[in-house]
Structures are given as structure tokens and as C-alpha cells.
Ligand binder design. Structure first.
Ligand code: B12
Ligand SMILES: *[C@@H]1O[C@H](CO)[C@@H](O)[C@H](O)[C@H]1NC(C)=O
Ligand SMILES: *[C@@H]1O[C@H](CO)[C@@H](O)[C@H](O)[C@H]1NC(C)=O
Ligand SMILES: *[C@@H]1O[C@H](CO)[C@@H](O)[C@H](O)[C@H]1NC(C)=O
Ligand SMILES: *[C@@H]1O[C@H](CO)[C@@H](O)[C@H](O)[C@H]1NC(C)=O
Length: 417
């Protein structure tokens, strides 16, 4: 009798699990598909044997259908060989999802992540929202692998999200939505009603906050949070009060792609699934049967005519006014660089002209982060970092991507999140 009940439960679960498909989605108009293919090709070409192996890139190419199978194989092998101890919770979660999307068994990585999540706790009730980004990736990855044993971890996670009082962060909210939607869809039939109430309550608040950031032009948050927000809004069981027009968002993003705003492989990895009508919840359903390699149609744009590169002047200030950090300074320098140079070139030129502007970078999945300037280094425990601004507005790209204009005033301000 007992085994029969169990069998029945598993059957019911399987039926419940089969109904987790995306609810609303919109698609790229056929005429724009070559544009989307071109950024996918660019992203896949960023995979090399020496590059920082980026699991988000593998997930995106598998969800979209890999065009470059050599890149797909290479990245899969690099990630299989990655040293688990060196990865953060979020990186480990992405690696598990990436291997699963390549139909590889993530092996003991799942147990290791489970163990790490058992010991995870936020730094306090005021922990900044973005510190939940990595843990929500972990709940998502564990839910996709083994929802039943993830239930207690996810419940504890949802309660800490609920108790948190820091300002909403949209990228994090999107990831929380994906994780808890996965859990909500897979609550075994016969479980306590409490789980359903808990997850749907947190989802309702989070989705409401995401929808409040839908702009008139269709973007959700900024251009680089829109991809994740689209994934969240297309799967959530809790529809927001404010209606979402997926076509409008799609149109806005395609327009940004035309403007060349998606030139960082990681930014492409975060937008591509939404453009192909996929979400991270589709990771376990990728078909890995040896496909015939499809030759994509690529757009035929005239390559930009090389203009005689004139110089521009950028006014660059480094500013540390944080109390409790001994070396206070506020120094400005005028730097001349070739027009079209990225901000990193300005920093290098400033450093060459004046040793006070000495800086260091750390490599991440988004590219180099400026980790230290004039011997003052960012510190996770103190929540300090170097924020970059144009006049008073924070930049929405890093130093290796942002292209300053003539007479622009760029400030690096040592601050806290
Ligand atoms: C948390 C976070 C931060 C934290 C990171 C430290 C921490 N507390 O963990 C802080 C506040 C320091 C930060 C800083 C910046 N960030 Co930030 N950040 C994020 C966020 C919300 C989550 C990242 C994460 O945890 N990923 C999960 C783990 C598993 O992946 P990971 O690769 O190991 O994560 C690391 C990198 O993402 C890196 N990182 C975070 N932000 C940035 C930005 C850049 C340009 C680079 C190169 C690396 C980097 O820090 C993470 C922890 O080490 C993302 C959102 C997103 N969609 O990815 C934005 C995001 C990556 N950040 C962004 C930006 C613009 C910045 C800043 C340039 C803002 C500014 N005006 O100064 C600065 C970096 C400046 C510098 N010194 O070089 C943009 C990047 C867009 C783009 N096209 O480049 C994003 C996508 C937010 C957005 N939607 O616009 N960030
Ligand atoms: C989002 O908005 C609701 C109100 O609409 C609020 O109660 C909640 O705390 C906000 N924050 C988060 C992280 O959901
Ligand atoms: C930094 O210096 C500039 C010009 O020298 C000045 O306008 C600004 O107020 C200073 N900022 C701080 C925080 O001292
Ligand atoms: C133009 O910028 C370059 C750096 O990109 C610099 O080496 C050179 O000196 C600048 N030329 C002038 C005339 O300032
Ligand atoms: C620079 O950082 C300091 C310290 O956190 C902060 O008080 C100040 O408002 C910041 N300046 C800008 C322009 O953001």
C-alpha cells in the first residue's frame, strides 16, 4: 500500500512538472533574426582556450541552439574541469546549469552546492539586495536538479528574502522570481499548503516590484537588466497588476542591439534566452541530439568607415571621501586619448601621466572590474567599491566597454553598496 501511494505521488508530480512551460512570450520578427544571430556568433566567438570560462555563455548558446559546436564542446570541457572550491555559490550554480544544458551530469557539484546553501545566511536583515543574486542562482540550479530535496532550503531562502528590508534590485528580483517559480511549480502534491503560500507571497511582491520598473519605452530597469526581467515576467504564476507588453520590450531591445549596445559576451548571454523565447527554467529540457549544424543568416552591414582618429579630452577625477579609510583624496586630471577609446584607456593614460592614478583590475565574467585605485581597494566585508560616474550619473557599463565622449567628466568614487 505504501509503495502504491508513493508511486501515485511520483506520477502526480511528473504530471505537475510537465506543466512548467513558459506562459507568455513573444518572438523576434524573421527580418530581425540575422541581427540576433550576429550577436550570438559574437558571443560564441568569445570562447577560447585561454578565456575565463563563462557558464552563462554556455547556457545561452544551448538554450538558443549552438551555432559554433567547437566553442560549445570547448566550454563544456573547461567547465567540467573547473575547480569547485574556487567558485562562489553563484558561479557554482551557473556551472551546474551550464553542464546540465550540455546534457552532462554535474556529478558531485550538486551535493557540494547543497552543502554550501545549508550553511548560507544573509549578513543580516539589512543585507543589500544584490547579495541574494548568487543564492537565488543556487536555489534555481538545485530546483532544476532535485526539487524535492531543495524544498526546505528554498523555504528558508524565501523567508530571508521576505524579511529583508534593503532597496529592491531588479536583476536580483528577476533571479529570485526564476528560482521561486521553479520551486512553486514543483511543490509535490500533498505537501503542506504553507510552501505554496510562502512562495507565492514572495513572488507576488517581487513581480510587483519588477513590473513597477517597466518603462514607457518597453525596457525593464535598464537595458542590461531587461533580459533577466523578461525571463521572470514570462514564467511567473503571479501576474503583476501592471500589464506587460512583451512585443514592445522585444522591439526596444532589438533597437538597442542595432545601436551596438550588446557587445559584451556576458550582456549577450543574459539577453539571448529571452530573444529566443527561452528561460533558465528550460535548461533541463535542452535536446542534445547531434543536430545538423545550421548555418545562420548574418546581417550584411557596411563596416564603419575608418575615420582619422582625432583625440578627445576626458576629465578624470578619483575621489575617496569615505570616513574610516585613511588615505583621503580628490584629484582631477585631463587626459587626451584617441576618439572611440574605451574608459580603460583613459585610466591607463592617467596612470602613465601621474602615479597617483595607479589602479588595478580583477577579471570577472563581465570583464575587468577596477578593484583598486591609488592603493585603496574594494572590500566585500566593508561593502566598498569604486563606482564610476559621468558627472553625477553612474555608468551602466564597465571600464572595458564604456566609450567616453569629448570633455566628459568621469569620476571614480570610492563608496559603499
Ligand atoms: C552585485 C553586483 C555588483 C556588486 C559586485 C560585488 C558584490 N557585492 O558581489 C558591485 C556593487 C560592486 C557592482 C559594481 C558595478 N557594477 Co554591478 N552588478 C551586480 C549584479 C547585481 C550581480 C552580479 C553577481 O553577483 N553575479 C553572480 C555571480 C555568480 O557572477 P560573477 O560573474 O562571479 O559576479 C561578479 C561580476 O558580476 C562582478 N561585477 C558586478 N558588477 C560588475 C560590473 C562590471 C562592469 C564588471 C566588469 C564586473 C561586475 O561582481 C560579481 C561578484 O564578484 C549584476 C547584475 C547582472 N545582471 O549580472 C550587476 C551588473 C553586472 N553591474 C553592472 C555595472 C554597470 C556595475 C558598475 C560598472 C556600476 C558603476 N557605475 O560603477 C560597477 C563596477 C565598477 C568597477 N569598479 O569596475 C551592470 C553591467 C552592465 C554592462 N553591460 O556592463 C550589471 C549587469 C547591472 C545592470 N543591470 O546594469 N556590481
Ligand atoms: C516590493 O514592493 C512591495 C509593495 O508593492 C513591498 O511590500 C516589498 O517589500 C517590496 N520589495 C521586495 C523586495 O519585494
Ligand atoms: C573635489 O574637487 C572639486 C574640484 O577641485 C570640487 O569641486 C569638489 O567639491 C571636491 N569634492 C569633494 C567631495 O571634496
Ligand atoms: C592622443 O592620444 C594618445 C593616447 O591615445 C596620446 O598618446 C597622444 O599623446 C595624444 N595626442 C595629443 C596631441 O594629445
Ligand atoms: C561618493 O561617495 C561618497 C562616500 O560614499 C558619498 O557620500 C558621495 O555622495 C558620493 N558621490 C557621488 C557623486 O555619488
Amino acid at each position: 500500500m505504501a509503495w502504491f501511494t508513493l508511486y501515485l505521488l511520483l506520477l502526480l508530480w511528473a504530471v505537475a512538472g510537465a506543466s512548467t512551460q513558459t506562459q507568455s512570450s513573444c518572438s523576434v520578427p524573421p527580418a530581425q533574426q540575422p541581427l540576433v544571430n550576429s550577436i550570438q556568433v559574437f558571443m560564441e566567438n568569445s570562447v577560447t582556450s585561454s578565456a575565463f570560462p563563462n557558464p552563462s555563455v554556455l547556457i545561452a548558446m544551448n538554450l538558443a541552439g549552438a551555432l559554433n559546436t567547437e566553442a560549445q564542446k570547448l566550454l563544456t570541457y573547461q567547465l567540467m574541469a573547473s575547480d569547485t572550491d574556487a567558485l562562489t555559490i553563484g558561479q557554482l550554480a551557473l556551472t551546474i546549469m551550464a553542464l546540465t544544458s550540455s546534457c552532462r551530469d554535474p556529478g558531485n557539484k550538486v551535493t557540494i552546492l547543497q552543502g554550501r546553501m545549508k550553511n548560507w545566511a544573509p549578513s543580516g536583515p539589512n543585507a543589500e539586495a544584490s547579495s541574494f543574486y548568487g543564492p537565488s542562482l543556487a536555489i534555481l540550479a538545485l530546483c532544476l536538479e532535485n526539487p524535492e530535496s531543495t524544498l526546505p532550503l528554498a523555504a528558508r531562502f524565501a523567508k530571508t528574502v521576505q524579511a529583508n528590508s534593503s532597496p529592491f534590485n531588479i536583476d536580483t528580483g528577476a533571479m529570485v522570481t526564476l528560482a521561486l517559480t521553479c520551486m512553486y511549480n514543483k511543490i509535490p502534491v500533498g505537501s503542506e499548503e504553507g510552501y505554496r503560500t510562502l512562495f507565492s507571497g514572495v513572488l507576488k511582491n517581487t513581480v510587483e516590484n519588477i513590473s513597477m520598473r517597466i518603462k514607457e519605452n518597453g525596457l525593464i530597469g535598464d537595458i542590461y537588466s531587461t533580459g533577466l526581467a523578461m525571463q521572470a515576467l514570462s514564467v511567473t504564476p503571479q501576474q503583476p497588476n501592471k500589464e506587460w507588453n512583451c512585443e514592445k520590450t522585444m522591439y526596444a531591445i532589438l533597437n538597442e542591439i542595432k545601436q551596438g549596445k550588446f557587445h559584451n559576451p556576458m550582456s549577450i548571454a543574459q539577453i539571448l534566452p529571452s530573444l529566443e523565447g527561452k528561460t533558465y527554467l528550460d535548461v533541463p529540457h535542452v535536446s542534445c541530439s547531434p543536430d545538423h549544424e545550421v548555418q545562420p543568416t548574418l546581417p550584411n552591414y557596411p563596416s564603419p568607415v575608418p575615420t582619422a582618429a582625432s583625440n578627445i579630452t576626458v576629465i578624470y577625477t578619483i575621489n575617496n571621501q569615505l570616513r574610516g579609510v585613511d588615505l583621503l583624496f580628490n584629484v582631477t586630471i585631463d587626459v587626451s586619448v584617441k576618439s572611440g577609446s574605451v574608459l580603460l584607456v583613459v585610466l591607463e593614460e592617467a596612470q602613465r601621466k601621474n602615479p597617483t592614478f595607479k589602479f588595478e583590475t580583477t577579471m570577472t565574467s563581465w570583464g575587468p572590474v577596477v578593484s583598486s585605485i591609488n592603493n585603496i581597494a574594494e572590500n566585500v566585508n566593508h561593502k566598498t567599491y569604486w563606482q564610476f560616474l559621468s558627472d553625477k550619473t553612474p555608468l551602466n557599463e564597465g571600464v572595458a566597454d564604456y566609450v567616453p565622449f569629448n570633455s566628459e567628466h568621469i569620476t571614480a568614487n570610492f563608496t559603499q553598496y
